[in-house]
Design a protein around this ligand. Structure first.
Ligand code: IPM
Ligand code: MG
Length: 388
């Protein structure tokens, strides 16, 4: 017993030391990279596993098509990165194998397919999620997730804190004894300031008028309390933007309230609440398969689907029928992030037309619908039609 307690206390100390180092690293980080100013921009592509390779290949083709002139002129280069599969991660016993991480760090931005996240009882060792590890390793602190349903007046932009909260040390909890398990959750001043500031700056830049913080500060008083206090302080620097705050439980309910939900614009929230609320939000738009996300840091950025690798679809032989819309929406965000706003707008319009207006090919996830490859062709044909 004594031994286990000592182990638990030592683990807690280690967690605190690591977070203290993070705080120091954050304080030393520079400003956002100006991608437009780089002589050669490197776009890393990793397919992941499950349906990942199929939907990523579709998005990569569309992206390469849109950037073909810049690639030919040497201003953009693609780097295909292998080895982020569950098989390789399990064999190496690492969330991201060292060589894969090194390859990722040689890129500026990354297009990443879903990766299987093991849990206890799986055939895989219970290693940390590759997504979570990448967000932490590359310090991708802002997970930006748009959800739009024009017919319902819904136009939401979520800013999910991506490196802290329950995820910061989600793989470092302790089984203190057979009867007691403890996890840790973390809020830092710097980590909260940067995500809240990005939310307000985006509101200002895009002409949005309201930012809502979502926490459970009435119960999780220390960490969520800190998040909310900092959000309220930063809000005072943006007097033209209305700030309010909601608790995650009632917020989850309000998203279903058709009369109230259209009033929300930007939401900023700790990691776990952001994870949950964005899946719910995406459901109004047509499901998680339709939603892309940007993981933004000062130095790197990674763009991905908001959903997982759907191993069941692969087991049933349906991977080629997976909907690449989430990865294509992520591609729009990538193009915007690297300052290629013309191409981003074009792809977004093409997707809207293919998905909501013409609907010549729909992807159903089954052989009743188009393959993701056919859908990508359709998107490129629509891009052409729109640019004529
Ligand atoms: C997401 C996913 C990931 C997360 C999983 C796959 C680890 O659900 O991007 O929302 O929990 O963040
Ligand atoms: Mg999620």
């Amino acid at each position: 017993m004594e031994n286990k307690w000592e182990h638990a206390v030592a683990r807690f100390e280690e967690v605190i030391r690591r977070q203290q180092r993070r705080i120091e690293d954050m304080a030393a980080e520079g400003d956002f990279v100006d991608y437009g100013a780089l002589p050669e921009l490197v776009i890393g592509v990793c397919g992941g596993d499950g349906i990942g390779p199929a939907i990523t290949a579709a998005a990569r083709r569309v992206l390469a098509y849109l950037l073909r002139d810049e690639t030919a002129a040497g201003r953009v280069r693609f780097a295909d990165i292998e080895g982020l599969t569950i098989e390789n991660r399990a064999a190496r016993g690492q969330a991201i194998p060292d060589d894969v991480l090194a390859a990722l760090k040689r890129c500026h931005v990354i297009l990443k397919g879903p990766t299987t996240t093991p849990r206890a009882g799986d055939p895989w060792p219970n290693i940390e999620s590759a997504n979570v590890a990448m967000r932490k390793e590359l310090d991708l602190f802002a997970n930006v997730r748009p959800v739009k349903v024009p017919a319902e007046g819904i136009d939401w932009l979520f800013f999910r804190e991506n490196t802290e909260g329950a995820y910061a040390v989600g793989s470092l909890g302790v089984d203190v004894s057979d009867d007691l398990a403890v996890d840790f959750t973390v809020t830092t001043t710097g980590g909260t300031e940067r995500i809240v500031r990005l939310a307000f700056e985006t509101a200002r830049r895009t002409g949005r008028t309201r930012v809502t913080a979502v926490t459970k500060a009435n119960v999780i008083k220390t960490t969520d309390g800190k998040f909310l206090k900092i959000a309220a302080r930063i809000a005072r620097e943006y007097p033209e933007i209305r700030f309010d705050d909601w608790y995650i439980d009632i917020m989850t309910a309000k998203l279903v309230d058709a009369k109230r939900r259209r009033d929300f614009q930007i939401m900023v929230l700790p990691n776990l609440y952001g994870d949950i609320l964005t899946d719910e939000a995406a459901e109004f738009q047509g499901g998680v398969g339709t939603a892309g996300s940007a993981n933004i840091g000062k130095r790197y950025a990674m763009f991905e689907a908001i959903h997982g690798s759907a191993p069941r679809m692969v087991a049933e032989g349906r991977a080629q029928y997976a909907d690449p819309s989430s990865m294509l929406r992520a591609t729009v965000m990538l193009l915007e992030h690297i300052g290629r706003t013309g191409a981003a707008g074009l792809l977004e319009r093409a997707l809207d037309r293919c998905l909501y207006e013409e609907k010549k090919f729909t992807v159903t996830g089954r052989d009743t619908g188009a393959t993701c490859e056919r859908f990508a062709d359709y998107v490129m044909e629509t891009v052409d039609a729109l640019s004529r």
